[in-house]
Design a protein around this ligand. Structure first.
Ligand SMILES: C[S@@+](CC[C@H](N)C(=O)[O-])C[C@H]1O[C@@H](n2cnc3c(N)ncnc32)[C@H](O)[C@@H]1O
Length: 327
């Protein structure tokens, strides 16, 4: 635990410098890597040997090549490339925030001048650009879960609140050609969302609502409102406020789709570490955020005049999909 940050730093460095990409062609000597990437030869040797020590590279006859796994996950041209996730789950912003955890624990929340709740926070642009690897499979689960309901619906007007990349709305709209989307987020993030709308071929069915989701006029009413991976930024009271706003613009028979980490009430932390570790990020990065237990979700929905349907799990990822309707 005391040295885990070195592993993170080496992985980030290898990806940022393009080490794995250059070794994808063939094994090379450290000085050849240095020359190809415009790096210092001695420093490259130290770094490549350390990456080999971690098992990400293999060393043979003075040349370094990729280990199985590194070739699949860390080479930009590979279909399974996962390297961009460093911008999301090993970001500078998280790194700096977590250094100040003791202060946050004393203070009861973030001590940063700029944090995840700041309007137009720059990190959310990276999140929108690079989180597709986790958003895509989760968005499929959301769309599958809503499929029986959607089939029976004449209109499918969708509001994606705090949409980020927009993949939740776009995945749903791809499946349902009559769906129309309204994507809400800060303006700097919506620039990335608009690029994705174009890539999905959905720009003619997408409108944008810029601004604070607690303040901006929401338009509507909507058949479906997605609120994904954002309720944990807030206290139970503040998250309830957002659910109330959403419930106010939900058509009769409409659905709210929620995605996020959740906690099972009474389950020991050791048996379900991911949401507890994520809560620590919310502690250093927001004023009141944390992962809410299922009992809190039920309370929040009920206070907003909504009721929970059956929750779904996302295979291989620590998220739950919850759908809700008017009580
Ligand atoms: C963790 S990301 C979630 C993105 C996407 N919904 C997903 O599930 O991957 C949180 C998003 O909420 C947006 N956000 C946070 N606070 C907001 C606010 N008050 N108003 C509008 N957007 C906000 C951020 O800009 C960011 O895009």
């Amino acid at each position: 635990m005391m040295t885990a940050y070195k592993t993170t730093s080496l992985l980030r460095t290898g990806i940022e410098l393009g080490v794995f990409d250059v070794l994808a062609e063939r094994p090379l000597r450290p000085e050849e890597v240095a020359e190809r990437l415009g790096l210092d030869a001695r420093a490259t040797r130290i770094t490549l040997d350390a990456l080999a020590a971690l098992g990400l590279l293999e060393s043979e006859d003075g040349r370094l090549g990729l280990s199985p796994g590194a070739d699949e996950l860390l080479v930009r041209e590979s279909p399974g490339y996962f390297g961009d996730m460093v911008h999301v789950i090993s970001s500078d912003e998280e790194w700096e925030a977590l250094r100040r955890l003791p202060e946050a624990v004393r203070n009861g929340g973030s001590v940063l001048d700029t944090d995840a709740e700041s309007p137009e926070y720059r990190y959310w642009e990276d999140f929108a650009s690079y989180a597709a690897a986790i958003a895509e499979p989760t968005a499929q689960v959301v769309t599958d879960t809503l499929e029986p309901w959607a089939k029976e619906r004449d209109d499918l007007d969708v509001l994606d609140v705090a949409c980020g990349h927009g993949i939740y709305g776009f995945t749903f709209a791809e499946r349902h050609p009559r769906a129309r989307l309204w994507a809400l987020d800060w303006p700097n993030v919506l620039t990335v969302t608009a690029e994705h709308a174009e890539a999905f071929g959905l720009d003619d069915r997408t409108e944008y609502i810029e601004g604070d989701m607690f303040e901006a006029p929401l338009g509507g009413p909507y058949d479906l409102i997605t609120i994904t991976n954002v309720l944990h930024h807030f206290s139970e009271e503040r998250a309830t406020e957002l659910l109330r706003r959403a419930a106010g613009v939900l058509k009769p028979g409409g659905r709210i789709g929620i995605v996020g980490f959740t906690l099972d009430d009474g389950r020991p932390p050791r048996q379900d570490p991911a949401p507890h570790l994520f809560s620590v990020l919310m502690l250093v990065w927001t004023s009141q955020g944390e992962v809410h237990p299922m009992s809190a979700y039920k309370r929040m929905l009920s206070a907003a005049g909504l009721e929970l349907e059956i929750p779904a799990v996302v295979p291989g990822l620590p998220f739950r999909v919850l759908t809700a309707r008017h009580a």
